[in-house]
Ligand binder design. Structure first.
Ligand SMILES: Cc1ncc(COP(=O)(O)O)c(C=O)c1O
Length: 515
């Protein structure tokens, strides 16, 4: 059959003329891009992207663009090293071989599979909730859930902590609901704002458990009290806490009733009172993806109404199976959490001893205050170039201008040799660049907790107690000898004990072989 020549629509002269109306020129797209980028460069908020290839077999090491150029990563959110955990990798390899690369569709059209079902069952069990729903990331989970609930509930008001993550801010914006911001972790301010709203109006209180840039921890129980009193529901982002806190790694809400959860009694606990828990599979669980957990009705409502869930391809089967393996592993093993906490304490102690300004907090995050965008970037560049240590600088708009910092995240793999290297590198950079120390901030009256005496001990007390970590007796013994570098000495002692046990086992094996 002869092929018909393609018909091209002719340009309507009226429209063509219209395109040159106005001041007679077309929009300058390049000019627009350049102006926007110039603004970012001028206010020092332009983001630089380093080529960091984290090595599964050499954790926490990575290579740069050139494979020979190795660095130690000190700022990843793979907090427990699950991204290279052998159980997770084996599960992922097996699933990939059996089910292939992609899910093949949205959940509703061929992307609903056993991996999604089983992952959601594990998440619901983790948080002791009726149901869970997995999204491609927690950014999407937060955005889609808040946007859906906020837009569908009549006259909904969303009360949002002033330090909430961009994903929640975006979700609230997308909902079109009225937003009321309360001061960070300030329950008095939140109560005043709740009391000013009519009781019958639906209200969502959106907040986090661990705030990732300062390491502060949300007052979950008090917020649940207020929600009950004023007829609100609670939306708790546990992104930086899942895997990390609680006897099963379910997050800070679980940690608050440690014994009850360890004994398998979740009813009546804080977890039970939170309406919506959101979490990520991309940080402590080492994979990618996000989720919400809550009642069956909530989950079904979001599943049925949220475009961010409905109109996107499901996560790959191997990723979902790997994430589930990571959750299950961390639900029954405390060793990574324990070591991560001890390494965090040891780094904080070492930096504090050297007058390096750590913003005090009870969590696993170590924010080191620089207080100047250009200096923070310079410090980060120097760590990388002169010391082969990667710590990205955190500048505006992630933190307010003047609060720029380095954010350090230890893992179970950051052993003493890495720690000593980091601390001496920071010390030399602080000296070289003349960056303010804790005592300098103190001389100015203190700033965001640094150099402020009032309340600092309370703010600094780790959420994980010595008893929960199983180190109470050892810490008492070591303190009695000397109050300094206690955790460092505890880790040294443990390493020595491990070494002795290994060599004793080797001696027994050799003797048995010789007999
Ligand atoms: C508090 C908080 N919520 C949500 C997210 C988004 O999570 P995900 O990386 O799974 O998209 C982040 C990411 O950094 C976060 O810090």
């Amino acid at each position: 059959m002869p092929v018909k020549p393609q018909q091209h629509a002719t340009v309507n002269p009226a429209i063509a003329t219209h395109a040159h109306d106005g001041n007679g020129t077309k929009f300058d797209y390049h000019g627009f891009y350049n102006t926007e980028l110039d603004k970012k460069h001028k206010d020092k908020s332009y983001r630089y992207f380093n080529n960091i290839n984290r090595l599964a077999k050499e954790f926490p090491r990575a290579h740069m663009a050139n494979k020979e150029e190795k660095v130690t990563v000190w700022c990843a959110n793979d907090y427990l090293g699950m991204g290279r955990n052998p159980h997770v990798l084996k599960t992922m390899h097996d699933t990939l071989d059996e089910y292939g690369a992609g899910a093949g569709g949205t959940r509703n059209i061929s992307g609903h599979n056993r991996h999604a079902v089983e992952l959601e069952q594990s998440i619901a069990k983790l948080h002791a909730k009726e149901g869970a729903l997995v999204f491609s990331s927690c950014y999407v989970a937060n955005d889609a859930t808040l946007a859906t609930l906020g837009s569908k509930m009549p006259d909904c008001v969303i009360l949002s902590d002033s330090l909430n993550h961009a994903s929640m801010i975006q979700g609230i914006r997308h909902s079109g609901a009225r937003k009321v911001i309360f001061k960070h972790n300030d329950v008095q301010d939140l109560e005043e704002k709740l009391a000013a709203l009519p009781l019958h109006v639906p209200k969502i209180i959106a907040f986090e458990s661990v705030y990732s840039m300062c390491g502060s921890i949300g007052p979950i129980e008090e917020i649940c009290d207020l929600a009950e009193k004023y007829g609100a529901i609670t939306f708790l982002d546990e992104v930086h806490a899942v895997g990390m806190y609680g006897p099963h790694g379910a997050g800070v809400a679980e940690h608050l009733d440690f014994e009850a959860h360890a004994a398998g009694r979740p009813r009546g606990t804080v977890v039970d009172r939170v309406d919506i828990i959101t979490g990520t599979l991309g940080k402590a669980y080492g994979c990618v993806g996000g989720y919400i957990a809550g009642s069956n009705e909530l989950v079904d409502t979001v599943r049925s109404l949220a475009p961010g869930f409905i109109f996107t391809t499901t996560l790959p089967p191997a990723v979902m199976a790997g994430a589930r393996a990571a959750i299950d592993y961390q639900m029954s093993y405390n060793g990574d959490r324990r070591l991560q906490q001890l390494h965090t304490r040891a780094v904080k102690e070492a930096l504090n001893e050297r007058d390096i300004p750590v913003i005090p907090n009870p969590s696993h995050i170590i924010p080191i205050l620089v207080g100047n965008a250009a200096l923070a970037k310079q410090a980060s560049d120097k760590l990388l170039q002169d010391h082969q240590i990667y710590v990205q600088s955190i500048n505006y708009p992630t933190v307010p201008v003047g609060q720029e910092r380095l954010r350090v995240t230890p893992t179970p793999g950051h052993t003493k040799e890495y720690r000593d290297h980091l601390v001496s590198a920071i010390e030399s950079i602080w000296k070289e660049l003349g960056i303010k120390r804790t005592s300098d901030w103190a001389a100015e009256g203190g700033f965001i907790g640094v150099g402020e005496l009032a309340g600092s001990a309370e703010a600094e007390t780790p959420l994980w107690t010595d008893d929960q970590l199983g180190i109470a007796d050892a810490v008492r013994e070591l303190r009695a000898v000397s109050p300094t570098r206690v955790t460092d000495r505890l880790l040294e002692r443990e390493a020595k004990e491990r070494e002795e046990a290994t060599s004793a086992a080797a001696t027994v094996t050799t003797a048995a072989a010789a007999a």
